[in-house]
Design a protein around this ligand. Structure first.
Ligand code: GUN
Length: 283
């Protein structure tokens, strides 16, 4: 049997269309477009591609994209001054500093400087704390997109066993928080987990976010489980996820492809967060 393929591209297109419609309403009422500022430091090829895609998607949704491209040798003080300027700019509803920053920059200081009420990435500790305590804030875009993909298969996730492989601040930890909020029983596994295959085999829901190409094998998947693959790994054979798709698709009940699964949802959720921010700021 072969798993249902979860079409992230189609689900993201629906969300983007919905956001674009709501942006039009916002513009008519507020007399301005929501604005998203994206900061790229250096010329990392993958980051440049992401930033270009984010800019295009922002404009297609009817929002204003404000792009700041700075040289790789930009120092922390310069970046902090730019963030302060964006914090103070009433036309900027969302601020996204593309990660990773060059090694010489104090990433923590930069993320801490972003106004939590413009932190559409949801990376500021205030927003991480809001998520952990169930208070409304900005939720990181990739895990938010993963929840939407899961709900396209299971409208209610309550009581399901979920295993998140990976414990990053950007995906693993917020993913676990969101699954807890959906009343899943959540296990967070990582590189030091003993007998990872056995842990993954317990899961009704597997979210793989470790950045290791093909780590999660087909025979680790419980038959019928739903598999969300967050990995985007560049290999000689092209882009592959953290899940061995060819093996897992034979066993899973539903699975996201790479590309065309989680990736498109991240940008769609960024647009949704930016619109939310603009609405909150207009009161
Ligand atoms: N680098 C990889 N993913 C992301 C993301 O979602 N936001 C930012 N700011 N940087 C990233």
């Amino acid at each position: 049997m072969s798993a249902k393929i979860i079409d992230g591209k189609a689900i993201a297109a629906d969300l983007r269309a919905r956001v674009a419609g709501e942006v039009a309403t916002f513009r008519a009422a507020a007399g301005r477009a929501p604005g998203l500022a994206v900061v790229l430091v250096g010329e990392d090829p993958a980051s440049s591609v992401y930033v270009r895609s984010k800019g295009r998607a922002t404009r297609e949704a009817g929002m204003e994209s404000i792009e700041h491209r700075l040289p790789a040798d930009t120092d922390t003080a310069t970046l902090l001054a730019l963030v302060a300027q964006l914090n103070a700019d009433a036309g900027v509803d969302g601020i996204l500093v593309q990660l990773p920053l060059p090694a010489g920059v104090d990433t923590q200081a930069v993320l801490l400087a972003i106004d939590p009420d413009k932190d559409v990435d949801g990376f500021h500790p205030v927003n991480a704390g809001r998520l952990a305590t169930g208070m409304p804030g900005f939720v990181p875009c990739t895990p938010l997109g993963c929840i939407m993909l899961l709900k396209s298969v299971h409208p209610t996730l309550s009581g399901m066993d979920a295993v998140v492989v990976g414990r990053s601040n950007i995906v693993g930890k917020p993913m676990a928080q969101l699954l807890i909020a959906e009343s899943c029983t959540v296990t967070v596994a990582h590189s030091r987990t003993r007998d990872l295959p056995a842990v993954v085999r317990r899961a009704d829901i597997v979210v793989a976010a470790v950045g290791i190409a093909g780590l999660v094998k087909g025979d680790w998947i419980r038959p019928g489980a739903t598999v969300i693959d967050v990995g985007i790994n560049r290999t000689d054979t092209g882009l592959v996820g953290d899940v061995d798709f060819a093996g897992a698709v034979q066993v899973a009940g539903a699975i996201t492809p790479v590309p065309g699964g989680v990736g498109p949802m991240t940008i769609a959720c960024l647009l949704a967060n930016t619109l939310d921010s603009a609405r909150r700021r207009e009161g």
